[in-house]
Design a protein around this ligand. Structure first.
Ligand SMILES: NC(=O)c1ccc[n+]([C@@H]2O[C@H](COP(=O)([O-])OP(=O)(O)OC[C@H]3O[C@@H](n4cnc5c(N)ncnc54)[C@H](OP(=O)(O)O)[C@@H]3O)[C@@H](O)[C@H]2O)c1
Length: 305
């Protein structure tokens, strides 16, 4: 396959570009003005210039792609969600996706498959409710963002593409995503549960992300929103115990919800305190086999040097 990748220099993009190229796919990176033209994993990837903020797209270079893997978006966890940050989080996903899908629609032969990032933030804070792809969206900022982001990607169906929006859970890797920040207090001996610890955390490992993306690209019956999580979510208190054990550190300093809100504002509720008990129903129905479903094994893998 010839695969276009946006957001290729990020945490997921770097892992995916190497894995897909290693599988023999021809990978072409969508490169924004100012984005590094080379990265460690993708040195041999072709370059397709795009500027989502300036509505520019090199259509000639993109022509002939079979698939788009769309990962671009300003980081959700960097900086407090003030009005300017929220605006960037939205424009870099909703407007950028609208621009990209619109540009692909004008190609002589648009890609037949679009695999786009989304997040379980789609569901908001839902207590113990078991959430599947047919559950209603939540009603906070992140839920609204995910809903509109997915709606823009879904427009790829207008030119006949099969569109899969992967609602990623918490991705466990020692070098990126949320885990290094979660592990830091434990490494300093000051770790503990977050809030009351009852909130459900739905997770998956970085190799699982790669495997799920490969499965989504190759599985014709998979379409629409797909929960990208293992079938074994845990409560934060359990996650805390397993993380502490993995790092051989104590977990005796709970972080009260009010302190998290004071430090992080609205982000604390959406990213740390929200309860999301998410089931990978569509992956299971499509016959996907998980690489890791046990949290202790997943965390041991993540921190293994
Ligand atoms: N990591 C997770 O745990 C997780 C969980 C749920 C959902 N997701 C979603 O999955 C996607 C990839 O995640 P990630 O962890 O790889 O994110 P990341 O490391 O922050 O990378 C995202 C990439 O998006 C591009 N980007 C940054 N600012 C942008 C802007 N203003 N406009 C357009 N593109 C911009 C950059 O790539 P270029 O410079 O190459 O363009 C950046 O490397 C994101 O959309 C994220 O929200 C991630």
């Amino acid at each position: 396959m010839r695969i276009l990748i946006s957001g290729s220099t990020g945490f997921l993009g770097t892992a995916l570009i190497g894995a897909l190229a290693g599988e023999g796919h021809a990978v072409a990176r969508l490169v924004r003005p100012g984005t590094a033209r080379r990265n460690a994993a993708g040195d041999r990837a072709q370059i397709v210039a795009w500027d989502p903020a300036g509505n520019q797209f090199d259509a000639a270079a993109a022509e002939g792609a079979d698939a788009l893997l769309h990962l671009a978006g300003a980081s959700i966890a960097d900086g407090r969600w003030n009005a300017a940050r929220k605006d960037l989080l939205r424009t870099s996903r909703i407007d950028a996706t609208r621009h990209l899908i619109g540009a692909l629609a004008k190609l002589q032969r648009p890609p037949r498959v679009i695999v786009a990032a989304s997040a379980i933030g789609f569901y908001g804070d839902r207590g113990d409710e078991a959430l599947t792809e047919t559950s209603a969206p939540g009603n906070d900022f992140l839920a609204g963002l995910c809903r509109e982001w997915e709606a823009e990607a879904a427009r790829g169906a207008d030119f006949g593409a099969r569109v899969v929006s992967l609602r990623f859970g918490i991705i466990l890797a020692a070098h990126g995503g949320a885990l290094p920040r979660m592990a830091l207090p434990f490494k300093l001996g000051a770790g503990g549960r977050l809030g009351n610890g009852l909130q459900w955390m739905s997770w998956l490992t970085l190799p699982e992300v790669v495997h799920i993306v490969q499965f989504a690209l190759a599985t014709p019956q998979l379409t629409g929103p797909v929960n990208a999580v293992t079938p074994n979510p845990v409560r934060n208190a359990e996650f805390t115990r397993v993380l502490a054990r993995t790092l051989h550190r104590p977990a005796i300093f709970p972080a009260p919800a009010f302190a998290l809100r004071l430090a992080l504002g609205e982000m604390a509720d959406a990213l740390l305190l929200a309860s999301q008990n998410v089931m990978p129903s569509r992956l299971a129905d499509a016959g996907y086999h998980f690489l890791r479903t046990d949290l202790a094994e997943a965390l041991a893998d993540a921190f293994r040097k």
